[in-house]
Design a protein around this ligand. Structure first.
Ligand code: ACO
Length: 336
């Protein structure tokens, strides 16, 4: 059977930085409340000419550069995002802006904060199934566009960013994906969502007074609604279980983990998962102080910083896990 391995990573963040003190000017909050409850100190937010596609392309370019792979040698681009700049999908635009002359298959994956882990496993399945060799997995989100900036319970949490990895086919002996575990549960949607809703003032249709209930009213997505306590409980319960199950499939003990790279949502969630797995804090990667919760981007963003700073080295074993809206969650044990 064919193996796959990680050969490059990259990331990009918008220029505008918003501190906790800046946040306290728009909602009733404080640097102290935000840093004690979440560990977040600042976040980056799209502004001016920044957009999500450009960030995704920049992250992808850096990953290709590190891997020394030409964009024309890509076979597949998976854009993991819940905030695409085109409802019909944004991945083909990324392929275009990367200048891929070979038009690799490119499509979007929607799974909120679990998007990157799901994309990584999907990439591995494509490679192992045959027909794909160089697969770019991008995690990118701009939740700032869907946050209710008057809701202090959510708007302080999120930031915008993009991260990418390149996964490459290899022989079975070199295989770097040791085990994984993926889940979803629609019962938890009520705790975290940005559901579609009909626009209230739809004058054209009101005057038609459609008896048939047709055509439908125009709709748009609501702001992010979250029950923070429930999401917190879900993460602390399900993430360690998922990592333990991925470790079991890999046939590895938790002590073999060199680095824990979790979705960066809340420092207290990261600490609770590490404690449950009995991993010392020296083996835990955390950068949410600087970026907040960047949804599908947070894992490749944290990984990229840890690789470029020299923490994560070739041959290290990484346990990664994503969790979020859907609800969705999952983990993977990989070698860098
Ligand atoms: N500043 C000051 N006070 C605040 C703020 C704020 N920004 N936000 C809430 N409060 C207040 C509340 O109003 C409440 O006041 P009260 O006691 O007078 O009613 C008090 O602080 C406590 O609020 P809680 O919501 O109970 O605070 P909690 O300790 O649960 O922390 C938090 C909230 C940080 C959101 C936490 O629940 C959390 O991190 N949950 C997980 C969220 C998450 O990780 N989501 C990730 C998935 S995102 C995705 O997939 C898109």
């Amino acid at each position: 059977s064919k193996g796959c391995k990680l050969v490059g990573c990259g990331s990009a963040v918008p220029a505008l930085e918003i501190s906790n003190d800046d946040m306290s000017q728009i909602v009733d909050t404080s640097d102290e409340w935000i840093s004690v409850r979440t560990g977040i100190r600042r976040r980056r937010v799209l502004s001016g000419k920044d957009n999500l596609t450009t960030l995704a392309v920049e992250a992808a370019r850096k990953a290709l550069e590190m891997a020394k792979v030409d964009s024309d040698d890509l076979d597949l681009i998976l854009m993991c995002t819940s905030t695409p700049e085109d409802l019909f999908g944004s991945a083909p635009q990324i392929s275009k802006q990367l200048g891929c002359k070979t038009n690799p298959l490119s499509y979007d994956i929607t799974a909120a904060c679990s998007g990157f882990v799901l994309g990584l496993i999907s990439a591995a399945c494509h490679i192992r199934g045959g027909g794909f060799n160089n697969v770019l997995v991008i995690g990118a989100d701009a939740l700032s566009r869907y946050v209710d900036w008057t809701d202090r319970g959510t708007c302080i949490l999120f930031g915008d960013a993009a991260g990418a990895v390149l996964l490459q086919g290899c022989n079975a002996e070199e295989d770097g994906l040791f085990g994984f575990d993926l889940h979803s549960d629609g019962n938890g949607q009520r705790h975290l969502n940005a559901a579609i809703r009909e626009n209230e003032s739809d004058n054209a249709l009101d005057s038609n007074g459609s008896v048939l209930g047709f055509p439908p009213k125009s709709s748009s997505y609501s702001c992010i609604q979250m029950n923070g306590k429930e999401v917190f409980r879900f993460a602390v319960r399900c993430v360690p279980q998922s990592i333990e199950s991925a470790l079991e499939k890999a046939g590895l003990p938790a002590s073999s983990i060199d680095w824990l790279v979790l979705h960066q949502a809340n420092q207290r969630i990261i600490d609770a998962v590490a404690t449950r797995l009995e991993l010392p804090s020296e083996r835990v990667i955390s950068n949410l102080a600087n970026y907040g919760n960047t949804s599908a981007a947070s894992i490749p963003l944290a990984l990229d910083e840890a690789v470029r700073s020299g923490k994560v080295k070739a041959g290290h074993t990484i346990a990664t896990a994503g969790f979020g809206a859907g609800l969705t969650w999952g983990s993977a044990i990989v070698r860098w």
